[in-house]
Each structure stands twice: as structure tokens, then as C-alpha cells.
Design a protein around this ligand. Structure first.
Ligand code: SER
Length: 871
């Protein structure tokens, strides 16, 4: 049976037992307590807990899974994987142990035809019930039932949640496979006794403190490893020899020129490439992008580990996108999502491999030096700061560093590494804080504790009557503040939006009887729910207990509203144009512009940007209503609302809908209909980190002004060119061509010209003649070299500088006699290059350099003269 046939046969068998066949869920679980989908039961967790009702009590699936707990072992055995397919049958308070065991046996022996003499069964140490079922109901020999401890036979999806004792089925591959020791038995680390099916008797819910509470009903969760079953049925002793994996391995062999089966490290590397290629392909297809945290980090680790192993096999060219293609070819029929996201998978694997490929070699050299230095100092520990430098500068995941140093028998000082990481995060946090209104924290926690929070009425109104509850000056609560003083004011009710979620706070005034008493320059939310008005006290002063009219700067808020709704529309348009992997990772909504950061792996093309802008404007002009409502987090998720992963949301959330096309969790202020945004124009697009892009845009009058300004520039340019705006481009191209021809003609007729003042023949310290100077006209590199040969002569040396197309060329050259007398061209250029903003170097007889700062040429020549001790 090939893998596809096994998949189908399993699902059919359990359908015949009344199970509903359900699709595999995404590798991104809908469960904040889990990073990745690690088992078939993950999508059913709420059903086991009794929170969700599926409408059926039996299910069967083939689930794609990623696990990295065993990552160090993956590659060294034939049976461990980061990505694998798990075939499962599930009972939600329906059948229990007896049926689970009987069917597992029937399916193994009667359907698949496994030899019962090769089967073994493990049970949880005190699960006599399971033992009795196997022996008396199923009728397997008692000596084939072994008891094991919690490590092997008590199963849980994570530290908390549904769990229970389990029973496993093992297949004995024969004494010829594995360790060969007399003590070898089910549970041994070797490949002989292959655990191929785990039956979990899901009975408990584990709380954070470890206590087990019985679940409302008794459930069954089983998992059979498809790859392991394929290896049994295909008569091979390693999963890597089965149909799907063998096919991918063949591609890895082709790419590296190494044949599998020779044993040792090359085999391990090939297995790693084969295994990781599948994980990477499926993770990207499910919307995971490489990053430095969470599941993105898992993906990055796998990708980079694979790339290192490709290099270990001598392959310097990229491999991952070709391997991913081999995965798609073999698994695309069963998993159409990998076919659908083929371009994305190619783009991300290529860009990540390029990024890492560029620093891998240098990083390895750095690491080699550090390992040698540590060993010289008789230390078996790599300094955590070095591991951090490898992570920060060369992109080495620390686990990769650990793996590499382990090959030299060393470990990484993880405490020091973690401290460095924490310090970096702290710097990042501090940098972010600087952008916002900072208010002293302590005093506001106290105020919030006393008064609760501020009642925000700014969604409905721009003005409200309010009572002053607290006034703070220099971090201290006061009863009253006088005119001119900088202060912070807390009201019972406010229309001022407190800066949060990327939207800047409102500005405005607090007045008494129409006379301003406080100018609000900004707001902050130092404690959730407590709005602080930051600003300056105006005439008359302000005191606790005053009744004030709080009014925001309404036109400014209007601009903020438009920009905020525009971020939602742009987010939608970006996903439409680029794909569902696009996720918001930050934003700034200010009156004059908006900024939107999102995950994507390469720069947007001009066409993509135009498409995004056009789509967004189409939606704006269609005049959709924009509405907000509060609901529970659970029903928002059900309605498919976009939430930022990793954000903390309360139980009740605010959903912002634009027409029927965009639904996001958002607390911000928005327009009522999309046409209020007028027009959106994207001003810029750029990268702000690995796989992170940023667009900036303007809306409404700001967009109109932008268009006007650009029109004015165009009109001016057209006037200067004496042409119509539509012909400007054509005219400039023609002019450039004419200019180039003219310059070439001028150059060839004039030949290289020197600055005679500089081109001197001087006697250097070493007694050889030295010519040095600069060319006055643009001279290309080959002419500089020709001239240098002429000027240097038989026994002299020469140092020349030239400027061509705004770049500086430097050249130093010495005859054997000059070199013997101490002339060192490399040293000369290294001295000069920084002065023209560049780099360079070479050998004593010949060196070159360049830079982009022609203003430094004189200083560079002077430095050369001084270095050579010439007069
Ligand atoms: N959840 C169990 C496992 O992963 C059985 O499917 O082993």
C-alpha cells in the first residue's frame, strides 16, 4: 500500500464504525495555549472539554502535525519527524477502551494484514482494565502486554488540558533491526520495536497546578503514524524509505550529489533535508512566516538547520525551494493548500535561504574561532554573549549554535545568552516608549484604584461635560494647578481618545463657561481604562472638583478617523493582492498620515502597490457602511474576525466591520461610511525587518494635496523641458542619451587629464620615485590602470585617484624595486579608502579601492603622501 492508500483505508475503516470523516485542521491551532498543531486531537480539544458540540460523537481524521520536541534526534533515526501525518479516531463520550483496543487490533491484523506474532502492547502501569481488555476481550497473549510509566503511557497535549492514560501498539521489525541487545524490548530507544499507534483514554482535564479533574465524559483519542505504518507495509525499516519521503530524498540526493545509504553524517544530513522540507512547506502554506518568535521562530530554526546541512553536504546553491517543490509534487493531491501557495513557499524559502546563506559562512568561521579559543582555555562552555552575537549578527538560532558546539563536545552558557536577549528586548521596548506620551506610572495606578476608570464617550460625541477627578504636576497629585503649569488631568468622563492600538490620542481643550482652562496636547492610558489628559494649564487654573466642558479638536479627529479606517481597508487589500500570510504587525494612525506594518517576504512591485491602492479606492468609492459592535471573544472568533495573534483581549471585544469585507477587532475611532475617506494614496513602501514591510499612506485632503503637489512638480519639469507633461519621460530619456553621447565624445577627444599641481614626482623615504595625483575628468578604471603603468616606470610607484559617475576610484601600484624598498600598495589604499567613504585593499605591488565621497579625494592623497613619507 502506498501512503495515499493507507490514508484512505484508515478513514474508510473508521467511517464503517460510524465516525464522521473530518479534514485536517491548520498547523496554526485555534488555541492560544499551543504554538503548533502537534496531534490529531488538537482541533477537538474544546469537544473533549465539553465546550463545543460537534453534532457527532465519533470522528476520524488524517491530521498534518509539526512537533519539534525531538528536533535533536530528527535525522539520526529512521522514525522521528518534525512534520508527520497522524491518522486518528476519536470518541466524544461515546465508545471507550474496549472498542478502541478491539478496532485497533482488527484494523492492524484483519485490514492491513500485520502478523499478530509481531505485535506488542503497552499499557499504563496501573491500568488493569486495559490489560484485561487486551488479554480477555481482544485475546492477545498476556506476555505481549507490557506495563510502562507515565513518561510513555500517560498522554497530554500540553501542560494543561485534556489528558489520560494510554496504550500503545508496537510492531517488532525483527532482531536484525536496531540495537541488537538482549535487553531490547518495546520502549527501547532503537528502531526495532516500532510504536505505531497510540490509544489515549482521555479522562481528565489537567489544571495549571497539576490537579486532574475528570472530564464530563470519557473519550478516545488515537493517533497512528502514517509514515511508520507505511514503512511496515512497504517492508522497509526506515520511514525515509517509504514512498513519499523516499521521493523527496531523491531530490535531496540530486541537489547535493550525495547518495543516501552510506551511513554516518551524510545520511543524517539527507534525512534532515528531507524531513525539514516537508515541515517548512506545510508551515508556510498555513500562513507561518520566519521570524524571531513563536511559531515563526520554529519555522526559521527548521529552515536554517536544513540550510546548514545542505552546506555540510557541499551544496552552496539554494536547495530549499527545490525540495519544497518535490514535497508539493508528492503531497499536493492530498493537501491542495501547498499547491495553492506554491509561489509563497518558493518566495519565502528563497529569501530566507539567501538571507541566511549570506552570513552562514562568516558565522561558522566566527564560531570556529570561538570554539578554538574556548578549547585553548580548557573550557567546554561557549560564552553566551558569543552565542548572542551569532544570533544577532549572523542569524544563528541559538539551538543551531548549541548543536554545532555539541559536535565539539561543548555547551552554550544559556543564562548569559538569555540575559543578552532580555537586554535587547528591553532596548526595543524603551525605543517604542519614546514615541508616546510618557506619564509617570505609579501615581496613576493609585488614582485608578481610587476612582476606577474614565468613562470614554468619544465614539458617540466630540464634547462632554466632565468633573475633574485628579490633577498631577511633576508626578505628584495636587488639588489645583495654576496657569502656565504643565499638568496631567483625569476626568470622570471624556470624549478624548487615549492613545492606544496605534491610534494617537486626541488634542483639544477643557473649558469652564466657554473659557479654556487646560490645553490638551495629547493623552495617555497609563493604566487600562484610565485616560490621562496631558497639557498646559490656561488662564484661571484648574482644580479637582471643577466641572469642565471637554472638547476634542474635531477636524483633527476627523483626519484620524479617516486614516484609521483606511488601515483596515488597506489590510484587506494587501491580503487580497499578496495572500493570507499578510498579517498586521503594528500601525500608527496620526492625523496627517498612517503607517501600516505587515508580514511579507519581499518588496512589493509597482504593480502590486498599484493594485492594492486601486482595490482600496474601489472599496472606498463603493460607499460601504462602517459599524462597530461589542461581542464575546468566542463569537468574534467564530465569525472569522481578524485578531492580532499574541495580543491580550478581554472577554468582550469590539468588532469593526467595513462593509461585509473587513472584520477586525479594534477599539479605535472610525468613519461612518467609506466615502468619507475620499481617496487613499500610498506614499511609500519599504522593509522594516526580516519579513516585515511597511506602507505609509494619506487619505482625503492630504491625498488630494499630495496629488496636487506632484502635479505641480510635473508641470514645473515640463515647463523646464519645454514639453507637455505627458511627454516629459520621453524627453528626459532622449536628453540623457544625448548627454551620454556628448560625454563620451568629450572624453575620447580629451583623453585623461591630470591635475598638474598634484601629479608630482617626489622621492619617498625608501628612495624610489613616487607619482601621485588625481584625474580632472571622469576616467574609468581601465584607463586609470593604463596610466598607472605608464607613470610607475621600471623602478617607481604610483598612487592615483579618479572620479567617474560620482564614484571614487583609488589605485596604488609599485614596481618590484619600490616594493623591496618598503612600498605597500595595500596599506596605502587601506589608509585612503575610508577618507572617500569606502573600502579597498590588495597586495604590496597592487591595490585598488573605491568610495562614494569625491570630496575626500584631496585628503586621501595627502594621507598617502604622509604614509609614504614623501616630500
Ligand atoms: N494524541 C495522542 C498522540 O499524539 C494520540 O493521538 O500520541
Amino acid at each position: 500500500m502506498d501512503s495515499a492508500e493507507i490514508r484512505e483505508s484508515f478513514l474508510k475503516y473508521f467511517e464503517s464504525k460510524g465516525s464522521v470523516r473530518r479534514p485536517s485542521s491548520s498547523l496554526i491551532p485555534d488555541d492560544p495555549s499551543l504554538l503548533l498543531t502537534t496531534a490529531g486531537m488538537v482541533q477537538f480539544k474544546p469537544v473533549f472539554l465539553g465546550v463545543t458540540d460537534l453534532g457527532s460523537t465519533r470522528a476520524t481524521t488524517c491530521q498534518k502535525c509539526v512537533r519539534t520536541t525531538d528536533i535533536d534526534i530528527i535525522g539520526t533515526t529512521g522514525r522521528h519527524h518534525s512534520f508527520f501525518e497522524m491518522l486518528g479516531n476519536f470518541s466524544f463520550g461515546d465508545y471507550f477502551k474496549s472498542e478502541a483496543c478491539a478496532w485497533a487490533y482488527e484494523y492492524s491484523v484483519s485490514v492491513l494484514g500485520l502478523d499478530p506474532d509481531r505485535l506488542w502492547y503497552s499499557i499504563y502501569e496501573d491500568d488493569d482494565e486495559a490489560r484485561a481488555i487486551w488479554r480477555d476481550e481482544v485475546g492477545v497473549p498476556a506476555e505481549r502486554i507490557v506495563r510502562m510509566g507515565a513518561k510513555d503511557n500517560f498522554w497530554a497535549a500540553g501542560p494543561t488540558g485534556p489528558c489520560g492514560p494510554c496504550s500503545e501498539l508496537y510492531y517488532d521489525q525483527g532482531a536484525g533491526v536496531g540495537c541488537g541487545l538482549d535487553t531490547c524490548a518495546p520502549g527501547c530507544d532503537c528502531d526495532r520495536f516500532l510504536e505505531y499507534w497510540n490509544l489515549v483514554f482521555m479522562q481528565f482535564d489537567r489544571a495549571e497546578d497539576g490537579t486532574l479533574t475528570p472530564l464530563p465524559k470519557q473519550n478516545i483519542d488515537t493517533g497512528m503514524g502514517l509514515e511508520r505504518m507505511a514503512s511496515i507495509l512497504q517492508g522497509v525499516t526506515s520511514n525515509y524509505e517509504t514512498d513519499i519521503l523516499r521521493g523527496i530524498m531523491t531530490k535531496a540526493e540530486e541537489l547535493t550529489g550525495i547518495t543516501y545509504g552510506g551511513g554516518g553524517r551524510p545520511d543524517t544530513s539527507l534525512r534532515i533535508l528531507t524531513d525539514h522540507a516537508r515541515a517548512v512547506t506545510f508551515m508556510i502554506a498555513d500562513g507561518i512566516l520566519p521570524s524571531n518568535e513563536g511559531r515563526g521562530y520554529v519555522l526559521r530554526r527548521l529552515l536554517r538547520r536544513a540550510v546548514r546541512h545542505a552546506r555540510l553536504l557541499g551544496r552552496e546553491e539554494p536547495v530549499m525551494s527545490t525540495l519544497a517543490e518535490a514535497v508539493i509534487e508528492r503531497m499536493g493531491e492530498a493537501y491542495p493548500e501547498i499547491v495553492e501557495h506554491r509561489e509563497l513557499i518558493r518566495g519565502i524559502t528563497d529569501s530566507e535561504e539567501q538571507r541566511f546563506g549570506a552570513t552562514l559562512r562568516q558565522g561558522l568561521a566566527f564560531l570556529e574561532r570561538e570554539v578554538a579559543a574556548a578549547q585553548e582555555a580548557s573550557s567546554a562552555v561557549l560564552d553566551g554573549r558569543k552565542a548572542f552575537a551569532l544570533h544577532d549578527t549572523y542569524g544563528f538560532p541559538v539551538e543551531l549554535t548549541s548543536e554545532i558546539v555539541a559536535e565539539a563536545g561543548m555547551t552554550v552558557d544559556m543564562d548569559a545568552f538569555t540575559a543578552e536577549m532580555e537586554a535587547q528586548r528591553e532596548r526595543g521596548r524603551a525605543a517604542v516608549k519614546d514615541e508616546s506620551w510618557a506619564v509617570s506610572g505609579g501615581v496613576f495606578s493609585e488614582i485608578a484604584a481610587g476612582i476606577g476608570g474614565t468613562d470614554f464617550v468619544g465614539y458617540e460625541t466630540d464634547e462632554a461635560d466632565a468633573t475633574v477627578l485628579a490633577v498631577v504636576v511633576d508626578g505628584v497629585r495636587v488639588e489645583r494647578a495654576e496657569a502656565g503649569s504643565a499638568a496631567e488631568v483625569v476626568l470622570d468622563t471624556t470624549p478624548f481618545y487615549g492613545e492606544q492600538g496605534g491610534q494617537v490620542g486626541d488634542t483639544g481643550t477643557l473649558s469652564v463657561a466657554g473659557a479654556p482652562v487646560f490645553e490638551v496636547a495629547g493623552t495617555a492610558l497609563p493604566v487600562p481604562g484610565l485616560t490621562v489628559h496631558v497639557g498646559t494649564v490656561a488662564d484661571g487654573g484648574i482644580a479637582v472638583g471643577d466641572t469642565v466642558q471637554a472638547a476634542i479638536d474635531q477636524p483633527r479627529r476627523e483626519r484620524i478617523r479617516r486614516n484609521h479606517t483606511a488601515t483596515h481597508v488597506l489590510h484587506w487589500a494587501l491580503r487580497r493582492v499578496l495572500g493570507d500570510h499578510v498579517k498586521q504587525s503594528g500601525s500608527l494612525v496620526a492625523p496627517e498620515r498612517l503607517r501600516f506594518d505587515f508580514t511579507h517576504f519581499e518588496a512589493l512591485t509597482a504593480e502590486q502597490l498599484a493594485k492594492v491602492e486601486r482595490l482600496a479606492n474601489t472599496k472606498i468609492m463603493e460607499d460601504h457602511p462602517v459599524r462597530a459592535y461589542e461581542t464575546s471573544l468566542a463569537s468574534a472568533r467564530e465569525a472569522g474576525v481578524t485578531a492580532l495573534f499574541g495580543e491580550k483581549y478581554g472577554e468582550f471585544v469590539r468588532v469593526l466591520e467595513v462593509g461585509a469585507f473587513s472584520k477586525e477587532l479594534c477599539g479605535g475611532t472610525h468613519v461612518g461610511r467609506t466615502t468619507e475617506m475620499g481617496l487613499v494614496k500610498i506614499v511609500s513602501e519599504g522593509g522594516v525587518g526580516a519579513n516585515l514591510r511597511r506602507i505609509e499612506a494619506v487619505t482625503s485632503f492630504d491625498a488630494y494635496e499630495l496629488v496636487l503637489a506632484e502635479e505641480a512638480v510635473l508641470a514645473e519639469t515640463a515647463a523646464a523641458l519645454k514639453s507637455r507633461p505627458a511627454e516629459v519621460a520621453e524627453k528626459v530619456v532622449a536628453l540623457q542619451a544625448r548627454l551620454k553621447t556628448a560625454e563620451q565624445a568629450a572624453r575620447s577627444s580629451a583623453g585623461p587629464r591630470f591635475d598638474r599641481d598634484h601629479l608630482k614626482l617626489v622621492s619617498a623615504e625608501g628612495g624610489y620615485p613616487l607619482s601621485y595625483g588625481r584625474f580632472l575628468n571622469d576616467v574609468p578604471a581601465d584607463v586609470v590602470r593604463e596610466e598607472a603603468d605608464k607613470l610607475r616606470g621600471e623602478d617607481g610607484a604610483v598612487v592615483l585617484a579618479s572620479e567617474a559617475d560620482g564614484r571614487v576610484l583609488l589605485l596604488a601600484s609599485g614596481s618590484p624595486a619600490a616594493v623591496a624598498a618598503g612600498f605597500d600598495a595595500g596599506a596605502v589604499i587601506r589608509e585612503m579608502a575610508p577618507l572617500v567613504g569606502g573600502r579597498g585593499g590588495g597586495k604590496p605591488a597592487m591595490a585598488q579601492g573605491g568610495g562614494d565621497d569625491p570630496a575626500g579625494i584631496e585628503a586621501a592623497l595627502e594621507a598617502a603622501r604622509a604614509l609614504l613619507g614623501a616630500e
